[in-house]
Design a protein around this ligand. Sequence first.
Ligand SMILES: Cc1cc2nc3c(=O)[nH]c(=O)nc-3n(C[C@H](O)[C@H](O)[C@H](O)COP(=O)(O)OP(=O)(O)OC[C@H]3O[C@@H](n4cnc5c(N)ncnc54)[C@H](O)[C@@H]3O)c2cc1C
Length: 387
Amino acid sequence: MTTGSARIGSSLKVAIIGAGVIGLGIAWRLAAKGAKVEVFDRGAAGSGASYAAAGMLAACCEAEPGEDALVALGRESQARWPAFAAELRSLTGVDVELRDEGTLVVALTADDQARIHHHLAHQKKLGLPLEWISAAETRRREPHLAGKLAGAVWSPQDHQVDNRKLATALRLAAEAAGAVVHEHKPVAEIAIAGGRTHGLVLADGTKVSADVVVLAAGAWSRGIAGVATEQRPPVRPIKGQMLALKMDPAAPLISHVIWAPGVYLVPRRDGRLIIGATVEEKAFDTTLTAGGLLTLLEAAWRTVPAIEELAIDEMWVGHRPGSRDDAPILGPGPAQGLIYATGHHRNGILLAPVTADAIAKLVLEGATEPAIRPFGIDRFAPPRAAE
Ligand SMILES: Cc1cc2nc3c(=O)[nH]c(=O)nc-3n(C[C@H](O)[C@H](O)[C@H](O)COP(=O)(O)OP(=O)(O)OC[C@H]3O[C@@H](n4cnc5c(N)ncnc54)[C@H](O)[C@@H]3O)c2cc1C
């Protein structure tokens, strides 16, 4: 693949579509290495899924059968998180609140326990640092959990960050390195001629020239013209409703990230308690529904009954960029100079560091990091007919 390897440094022009954590992270890493970077967003930077997320870095708890390469990518990114957060803080002054209390996957009933143990057996085979703890030990760590409790899986390495602060920090870091972020500038088309990318066409008709184009438009990545429909990344929006309650920051009800049947609860330092999330195939629908919120609140209340006294702070909807196999699409697109960095589904916050590093390396050196090798768009190519 030809990317920037022939024109490394200040002469390389890169246009990035989408100013979420993925586009901004890549912009930061590229600009810091001397590339001339412009990022275009159809709205405000960081207002897509990156705003809506819960910020969990759940590489271990989320590990499911058939996702071994994705688990390895998640673990790789998880390992990069402490340095990534520290670097952002020293460059921008923004603390993205990487908290290290870990996660408890709580079983309320014997049925939950059996299901969780089934998962745990697979996760242990992958060598993930997860451990079953008794009901008494679970309650010792989180005294406000429900009266009836079977126990929990303790995940000491699945932490959380404040994803909204992350988007802010990444933007500041990218701009400090020289990248230009254009807000309210929708991209209509990727300009391709003679099999290579020449830049972008904005919705207002403005042409932007670039040597490399990175498509990082999250759930919207399929809607941008210029590439034949069958060669666009197979990404669709997966709707998620969430809400936040207000705890007393001096006496929060919980301190770990808690997963329970049908819900997760994520405590922030400012006292916000994030409760999520529904998983709905409703295209770009942005409706908050009584049923969606009732389901979340009921599941959260069964897990931590004391939430019933808390005030509601905020409710929102976001769209995960889900690919056909739930894994991201990272690597060369179907034209020279076109790179895909999309489809991060429910893990885009976790995967922001490894995506930023690996895509910057691919653009500047033409080198594919081993961790992203399994995630090219070619994995979706139809099988060749037998000869
Ligand atoms: C409810 C919910 C909970 C989640 N929880 C977690 C979690 O706990 N942990 C985790 O790791 N991940 C989580 N995720 C997933 C995570 O939010 C995403 O994977 C991640 O934010 C994807 O980042 P992105 O930059 O690719 O997409 P986005 O943040 O959506 O950014 C894409 C950007 O592209 C812009 N755009 C779209 N079309 C155009 C266009 N034509 N021209 C220019 N710009 C365009 C959009 O405006 C948007 O700003 C969650 C997601 C949701 C919805």
